[in-house]
Design a protein around this ligand. Structure first.
Ligand SMILES: [Zn+2]
Length: 418
């Protein structure tokens, strides 16, 4: 990398000092405060730090932290990689990630969906990876449609190579103004936000599946206009990924569930755009066992608890899919700022899948969840605290699903596993 201008060097260094101070005083990992200080001193810092690197931006409603991690792990095969490993996914976090690894020739940045246009404009990233869009807490379909429209405007006329999940109609629409798109059939589990054509508002027809002999997840097409699912270049097919040359690769990930296989398929297509072959990338993907505490198993008093994070209705669906139906389950829900204060999204989640399992309910908004479960006729035990829930459980394995701040509280109590 070429030298940064003096002002940018100074801003970057002071930002790192602020981050160190923040960590030293126990105020978190410091990545946001450090970046904020840097940007205050040099508003153009992100652009300067991003130039001269091969950079990918990763955005989605769900799975962006995990996919960023998978891409970064694979790219280490090629050299040093700068990345925002702790999910600080707005510009201050990006500044901090890049200034922390100033000489890394490669960078992978997780980007909040709303910030993607701004970060793309600023960094001129060569690769943009887009996975899924669904309602997040209190968003509704109309709001994520506006978001996809902003993606379209941001990508139009730029040279970026987009890697996008063509099984998600809204992502397809958001990506399709890009100069070059590699389509990945990564599946779509949550469909409640994509019954309508994003182009004309007409009904989307769904048809075709693996059972019917078609590769890829599911075909879709608008009944009233020409908008339809593009032919995928990469296909997730059960445990395998099929690349554009028709080669079949077994994933064998340590991360559980179909959502993570989808994340891995998209990661493989992304690193291919960096020139990294699946043969070299896949062994690196298999080394990832947990991401920012997700999927970690923690032990307490003879109980082995696996931690799953679910921040929105689509995320709960993914967590249920990963969760072992034979095990008791603790559900913990908060409604602090990062969770969204309104818990009415609980009514978008279908909890009937929990029938027949011992269910324990805790968290600051346990009564909201209790009402939801009661209406769904799911028996449960209400617990005043996480500790009480653990104590009420038999010895052995337990699954825990928590939303954002509830998850962080549990993680803090059990130490920061990465
Ligand atoms: Zn249409």
């Amino acid at each position: 990398m070429s030298q940064l201008p003096l002002r940018a060097q100074l801003a970057s260094a002071l930002g790192r000092t602020a981050a160190t101070l923040s960590r030293a005083t126990g105020r978190g990992d410091g990545s946001v405060i450090g970046g904020r200080v840097g940007l205050m001193l040099e508003p153009d810092l992100l652009r300067k730090l991003a130039s001269d690197r091969k950079l990918a931006l990763v955005s989605a409603t769900n799975g962006k932290t995990t996919t960023t991690r998978l891409i970064a792990s694979a790219l280490m095969e090629l050299g040093e990689v700068a990345t925002n490993a702790f999910g600080a996914n707005m510009p201050a976090g990006h500044v901090s990630a890049l200034s922390g690894q100033k000489h890394a020739p490669f960078a992978v940045l997780e980007v909040d969906e709303k910030y993607l246009p701004e970060v793309l404009d600023t960094t001129n990233a060569g690769i943009v990876t887009l996975m899924n869009l669904s309602r997040d807490q209190m968003d509704r379909a109309a709001e994520i449609w506006l978001l996809a429209q902003k993606w379209r405007r941001a990508l139009a006329g730029k040279p970026a190579h987009v890697i996008a999940n063509c099984d998600d109609p809204l992502v397809t629409w958001g990506a399709s103004t890009a100069a070059r798109v590699t389509w990945v059939s990564g599946g779509q589990r949550w469909r409640e936000d994509s019954w309508c054509c994003p182009e004309c508002g007409g009904p989307l027809d769904r048809g075709g599946s693996r059972e019917m002999g078609q590769q890829g997840s599911v075909h879709w097409a608008c009944r009233e206009c020409t908008f339809h699912r593009p032919e995928p270049d990469w296909i997730l097919d059960g445990e395998d990924v099929i690349d554009p040359h028709g080669r079949r690769w077994r994933l064998d990930l340590q991360l559980p569930g179909e959502a993570n296989r989808s994340n891995a398929a998209i990661a493989l297509a992304t690193v291919d755009a960096f020139g990294l072959d699946p043969a070299r990338a896949i062994p690196r993907l298999r080394t990832v066992t947990s991401v920012a505490g997700r999927y970690t198993t923690v032990e307490r008093d003879g109980r082995a608890m696996r931690l799953l994070l679910a921040k929105n209705p689509a995320g709960w669906l993914e967590a249920f899919e990963v969760s072992d139906p034979r095990l008791p389950i603790i559900l913990s829900v908060n409604a602090q700022g990062p969770d969204g204060r309104d818990t009415s999204w609980l009514w978008d989640v279908d909890y009937r899948i929990l029938r027949g399992r011992p269910v324990f309910v805790t968290g600051e908004r346990r009564l909201d969840l209790a009402l939801r479960l009661d209406v769904a006729s799911i028996p449960f035990q209400l617990c005043d605290s996480f500790d009480q829930a653990v104590a009420a459980l038999p010895l052995g394995r337990i699954d825990v699903i928590a939303n954002y701040t509830a998850f962080q509280q549990i993680r803090t109590e059990f130490g920061r596993a990465v």
